[in-house]
Design a protein around this ligand. Structure first.
Ligand SMILES: *Cc1c(COP(=O)(O)O)cnc(C)c1O
Length: 428
């Protein structure tokens, strides 16, 4: 085999066209259910047909009573917040390192996001949660980053002791579990995106689960009207009288999207089992490189939305994460990525200066306390690869691992070759 790195003029490990991560896999089953749904209905007003089927399946899979579909994960999150009737000035404790949609919907409520730094695995630091609780704190939202569950024992305990509502953003973590209990079944309410890249996807869509009928009713009213509300909100509830109009927004999902998602839900356990097998291979081969800090997940079954590890320049003989990733891309490993929009978000204009764009609910800059060094470090050194989910993807997964080994071995044995390239690039 040609061992010269492609970035130094050698032959790439894999042909770019064979290196793509195509998700979801469009199977014959998906084609069939789509066709069936197409002739049956492409708009469903009540909790019937494919909506009822998916909501029931999803609720049962998690052992949570109430499920509510939505047209996006962002709106499913918005519905959770609406579910507890947040008031302006309420504080919501949240992670800084997450995708912004975990928290952006609360800007429509006037509540204040109180950001926390993360642990070394990218998940919210539980000590920070405790230290940031005030009299105004109403809820905590956590994201299971990249599919690795947060410490839900600890977080549930903190919320219970302080009488706080617990929300989970499970958009990376479909089917993951903590101590063999499904992620999304710990919180008072939880939300999942069903967007195109997510493990269970309909292209676009979202879903919320909750244990509480009062959260469900308010969430339902926020994004639905008439039939669903009349049928599902008890007519002796004070909310029932709003059923005809709802609260004015419309978050109804698309039946074709949900038909696709429903097919994938049937395979979720298989996906996770297969992804774990591939991760075992990755770990076996990449564990030995000191400059790669691989994720740890004791007592957890991650969903492996993606495999994220940290590049540690203290052990890489001077080779930067940038050069490392470029070398991998030259090898044809086109899915290797440094996540961009998933990052520390506390300093983004939307969260720092909401009054400049939404003066109706905010009148000043929101200043955060504490440091976010870990979030920044995690973001800057994170390298991401997809984890394939079907047994027939073994070859492509192996090519990625071989590509990594090729570059990593050079970092160990002849870093100067890469440093030359790195210095030349820096000069440009
Ligand atoms: C994708 C995602 C969302 C938003 O979901 P959409 O369906 O794109 O609206 C929210 N939170 C996290 C963590 C996500 O990954």
């Amino acid at each position: 085999m040609n061992k010269t790195l492609a970035i130094l003029g050698g032959t790439p490990m894999i042909n770019k066209n064979d290196a793509k991560f195509i998700w979801p896999k469009i199977t014959h089953e998906i084609e069939n259910v789509l066709k069936k749904q197409l002739y049956k209905s492409i708009s469903i007003y009540n909790r019937s047909g494919i909506f009822k089927e998916f909501e029931d399946n999803f609720a049962k899979f998690h052992g949570v009573k109430y499920a509510l579909l939505s047209n996006s994960g962002t709106n499913a999150i918005f519905s959770m917040f609406e579910g507890i009737n947040i008031l302006p000035g309420d504080e919501i404790i949240c992670p800084s390192y997450t995708f912004f949609a975990t928290i952006s919907p609360i800007l429509y409520t006037g509540a204040i996001p109180v950001f926390c730094d993360c642990f070394d695995d990218g998940n919210i630091n539980t000590k920070e949660i405790e230290s940031k609780i005030t009299k105004k704190t109403k809820a905590v939202i956590v994201t299971h980053m990249w599919g690795i569950p947060c410490d839900m024992d600890k977080i549930s305990e903190i919320c219970k002791q302080n009488n706080l509502v617990l929300f989970e953003d499970c958009s990376h973590a479909h089917g993951a579990s903590f101590h063999e209990k499904k992620i999304g079944s710990f919180g008072d309410a939880s939300a999942w995106s069903l967007q195109g890249q997510k493990i269970i996807t309909g292209g676009e869509g979202g879903i919320m689960l909750t244990k509480h009928k009062d959260i469900f009713d308010r969430a339902l009213l926020q994004g639905h009207y008439n039939k669903r509300c009349k049928n599902e909100i008890s007519n002796d509830s004070p909310l029932y009288k709003y059923s005809l109009t709802g609260l004015g927004l419309k978050f109804r999902a698309h039946p074709l999207a949900i038909a696709i998602a429903n097919e994938q839900l049937k395979k979720i356990d298989k996906f996770i089992e297969q992804k774990q097998k591939f991760v075992n291979l990755i770990e076996k081969e990449l564990n030995k490189y000191k400059f790669l800090k691989l994720p740890k997940y004791i007592d957890k079954q991650p969903s492996w939305y993606a495999y994220i590890f940290q590049f540690d320049i203290n052990y890489s003989n001077g080779v930067s994460v940038d050069t490392f990733v470029k070398a991998l891309l030259f090898e044809g490993l086109i899915e290797v990525d440094r996540p961009g929009s998933t990052r520390p978000i506390h300093n983004l204009p939307l969260f720092k200066d909401p009054h400049k764009i939404m003066p109706r609910l905010y009148n000043k800059t929101i200043n955060q306390t504490g440091k976010f060094d870990n979030a920044l470090k995690f973001y800057e050194n994170a390298v991401k690869i997809p984890v394939w989910a079907y047994p027939e993807d073994r070859d492509i997964m192996k090519s990625y691992i071989e590509g990594f080994k090729k570059v990593c071995d050079l970092i160990v044995r002849q870093p100067n070759l890469l440093l030359t390239v790195q210095n030349e690039r820096n000069k440009l």
